[in-house]
Design a protein. Structure first.
Length: 317
C-alpha cells in the first residue's frame, strides 16, 4: 500500500512539473513575441482621402509587425490603385515604417503591389500639404490685391512658411515657384529606382526611400561601398512620411533643381498639367548617371503606367 501511495505521489509530482515547464515555455514564447513586436512594430493610420486637413485627428491608428499583415490591412480597408484613382472618399493607409520581412514575400508581383500601395498614399498626402501651403499664400496675396509687401509686413505664418522653403526674398511669386507639388508618377518612379523596389538596406534600416545624403554621422547610415576619402552617409528618417517630405523639399529648394522648378512654373502659367514624364527631363542632377538616370525614370513611368497617377483627383490644377 505504501509503495502504491509513493508511486501515485511521484506521478502527481511528475505531472505538475510537466505542467509548470510547459507554462514556463508558453510564457517565454509570449514574452519573446511581445518583445519582438515592440522592436519592429509598424504603426499605421487610416483616413479618408476627401478630408483636406491632413493634420486632423479623424483617423484610426493601430500597430502591426509584418509585410503580410500590411497586405491584410490594405484588403481590410479595400485600398487598391483602382480605389485610389476612382473613389474620392477612399481610405488612405499611412504606414510608419518598412516591414523587415519585405523580401520574404516570394511573389515579385505581390512585393511590387505592396511597394506601390504603401508609398502612393504617403506621396499623395505630403503633396497635398504643399498644395495647402500654396493655397494659403495665394489666398492672402489675392486679398492684398496682388501688392508686394516687404517681409517685415508679412504675417507670422507667411514668414514661417517662407523659412520652411528656405526662401528669404519678398516676392510671393518666386516663393510660389518653390511651393508646388512633385508629380506622383515621378516621385514613385524615383522611389522605386533609389530603393530597388523596396529592397534597399537604407529603406529597411532607416526609412530612407530616396537615397538622400548627409554628412552627419548620427543621422545617417554608412554605405558599405563608400570610397576612401568620402564622408557622406545616407540620411535616415523616423518614418516614411518624413522621408517623402524631405525628398519633396529637396526638389523644391535645392539649387540643383532650379530648372525643374522653372519648367513647372511655365506649365502652371500656361494652365497645363504637371506630368512626371515631362518633368523627369529636368532631373539629371539627381544622379551621377545624368541622362541615363532620366531615361530610367521615364521608362519606369511608361512601363508601369504611372502616368495615370498624375491625373488623380486632389492634385490636379
Amino acid at each position: 500500500m505504501k509503495q502504491t501511495n509513493a508511486l501515485y505521489r511521484n506521478l502527481v509530482i511528475l505531472l505538475i512539473s510537466f505542467l509548470l515547464v510547459n507554462l514556463a515555455i508558453g510564457f517565454y514564447k509570449s514574452f519573446s513575441k511581445i518583445k519582438n513586436f515592440n522592436t519592429s512594430s509598424i504603426s499605421f493610420r487610416v483616413q479618408n482621402k476627401s478630408v483636406l486637413d491632413y493634420f486632423t485627428n479623424k483617423s484610426t491608428v493601430d500597430y502591426i509587425s509584418e509585410a503580410e499583415e500590411m497586405i491584410d490591412i490594405f484588403d481590410k480597408y479595400d485600398f487598391s490603385v483602382e480605389s485610389f484613382m476612382n473613389e474620392p472618399s477612399s481610405s488612405l493607409i499611412i504606414f510608419s515604417s518598412w516591414p523587415k520581412d519585405f523580401m520574404n514575400i516570394n511573389s515579385v508581383k505581390k512585393r511590387k503591389n505592396l511597394f506601390i500601395n504603401t508609398l502612393l498614399p504617403i506621396i499623395f498626402i505630403e503633396n497635398r500639404k504643399i498644395l495647402e501651403d500654396r493655397k494659403k499664400i495665394l489666398d492672402w496675396w489675392n486679398q492684398s490685391d496682388g501688392e508686394i509687401f516687404s517681409r517685415e509686413f508679412w504675417p507670422n505664418w507667411l514668414f514661417e512658411l517662407s523659412e520652411k522653403y528656405n526662401y528669404s526674398e519678398s516676392s510671393l511669386g518666386n516663393l510660389l515657384i518653390r511651393v508646388d507639388i512633385i508629380p506622383l508618377s515621378l516621385a514613385l518612379s524615383q522611389a522605386a529606382i533609389e530603393s530597388g523596389w523596396g529592397s534597399s538596406r537604407y529603406l529597411n534600416e532607416g526609412n530612407a526611400i530616396f537615397g538622400q545624403y548627409t554628412f552627419d554621422k548620427k543621422s545617417g547610415i554608412k554605405p558599405k561601398e563608400r570610397r576612401d576619402g568620402q564622408k557622406f552617409y545616407v540620411k535616415k528618417f523616423a518614418n516614411l512620411s518624413e522621408s517623402v517630405g524631405s525628398y519633396l523639399k529637396n526638389i523644391n529648394t535645392h539649387r540643383a533643381y532650379e530648372d525643374f522648378r522653372q519648367e513647372r512654373r511655365k506649365l502652371r502659367m500656361n494652365g497645363e498639367d504637371l506630368l512626371g514624364n515631362s518633368l523627369a527631363n529636368y532631373m539629371t542632377n539627381y544622379s551621377e548617371r545624368n541622362i541615363e538616370y532620366v531615361k530610367d525614370i521615364k521608362h519606369l513611368i511608361e512601363t508601369n503606367n504611372f502616368m495615370k497617377f498624375d491625373k488623380v483627383e486632389g492634385l490636379m490644377n
